[in-house]
Design a protein around this ligand. Structure first.
Ligand code: HEC
Ligand code: HEC
Length: 294
């Protein structure tokens, strides 16, 4: 037997070992991750696919136990979400409700602005759905058995895009902002209000009020509709509560108009607000009267 023969088999064996090796790591059976426990309304068809995708793309930050403590989580601020509690910041639902599947899928697809949560936009929709289902297996709260309580999130009113009207509404929004938001978000919206200085979230991590002047600091997204959504639903697990029942739809849109003003005047400090013209309380009471006839 010559040297060539050995070399040839050494290569074949090495290649086989590599193939087995790759095959070995590719099998989802081998991930030390749960399959079904803990989660209520899971879509089983997605679990196998979701498990592999989660192990490859999410566990580094969100952890093999889904507790947000993966090796890549070290030093991140904000911290990766802990999936054992079914508490989600970014939802179209009430503050204490679970999110809809579409909400979770959106966070995965778009990523979260102002954090290290990347966008998985290039993944197939089915893969995104599978990951959104899979992360529920880590839950220990039993909340996935409940129904999400969806809130109405209409598109921005037409006046938002007409300069005079928008500024008049922004002036009204400032009145509401100074009453409900300024303590935490500060008088320029920079997130430096005295009441926002030492806040923590449900996981006892420090949390700072958002800088409302910068669209790309808003986890929900940069659009004005995203700001409306954040104010309406709140960010569960944080001191940023939802104002769905405290403020009427009109009042929340006026506050959004003011956030638009804060963004614009941050770049163009010569911009000014007019005197507030019309009282919001009148609008609110009109709504109350309309509702009586429902
Ligand atoms: C580089 C680290 C990192 C990776 C990788 C990562 N995430 Fe995240 N993820 C985060 C961080 C940090 C947050 C928290 C953002 C915040 O609180 O503003 C987050 C938040 C989320 C949220 C939003 C939760 C909420 O409260 O609404 C979902 C859903 C999510 N991640 C799913 C995933 C999935 C699924 C994957 C894999 C496809 C993944 N993440 C990969 C860091 C990561
Ligand atoms: C008790 C303090 C507090 C009050 C009052 C408060 N906020 Fe916040 N707000 C926060 C904190 C803290 C965050 C950041 C939460 C996070 O990123 O986890 C935040 C985040 C936000 C965000 C960004 C949401 C996102 O998706 O990232 C917006 C917009 C916002 N607040 C608007 C408002 C408005 C408008 C009001 C008044 C109606 C208000 N907040 C009242 C503490 C507060």
């Amino acid at each position: 037997m010559n040297n060539w023969y050995f070399k040839k088999w050494a290569k074949v064996l090495l290649a086989t070992a590599l193939v087995i090796g790759t095959h070995h790591t590719a099998s989802s059976q081998d991930y030390a991750l749960p399959d079904f426990e803990g989660a209520g309304k899971l879509k089983p068809e997605f679990i196998k696919q979701g498990k592999k995708l989660y192990a490859d793309h999410c566990s580094g930050c969100h952890g093999m136990e889904g507790n947000g403590k993966g090796p890549g989580a070290y030093g991140l601020d904000p911290k990766p979400r802990d999936f054992t509690k079914a508490v989600f910041k970014f939802r179209s639902t009430a503050y204490d409700s679970i999110p809809t599947d579409a909400d979770i899928e959106r966070s995965i697809r778009e990523g979260i602005y102002g954090s290290s949560m990347p966008s998985f936009r290039l993944f197939a929709e089915n893969d995104i759905k599978a990951m959104a289902q899979y992360l529920k297996v880590f839950d220990k709260s039993g909340k996935w058995d409940e129904r999400p309580v969806q809130l109405t999130l209409p598109p921005a009113p037409a006046w938002m895009h007409e300069k005079d009207e928008w500024l008049n509404k922004a002036a009204l929004g400032k009145v509401t902002f100074d009453q409900f938001c300024v303590t935490c978000h500060g008088s320029t919206g920079a997130g430096d209000g005295v009441g926002g200085a030492a806040l923590v979230d449900n996981w006892m991590n420090p949390v700072k009020p958002a800088d409302l002047r910068k669209a790309h600091d808003i986890g929900s997204g940069p659009a004005l509709e995203d700001v409306f959504k954040a104010i309406t639903t709140g960010l569960a697990g944080t001191p940023m509560i939802g104002y769905n029942s405290t403020l009427s739809d009109d009042q929340r849109w006026e506050v959004v108009a003011y956030v638009k003003f804060l963004r614009r005047s941050y770049k163009n400090p010569s911009m000014a607000l007019p005197e507030p013209k019309q009282s919001t309380t009148t609008e609110t009471s009109n709504i109350a009267i309309e509702n009586e006839f429902e």
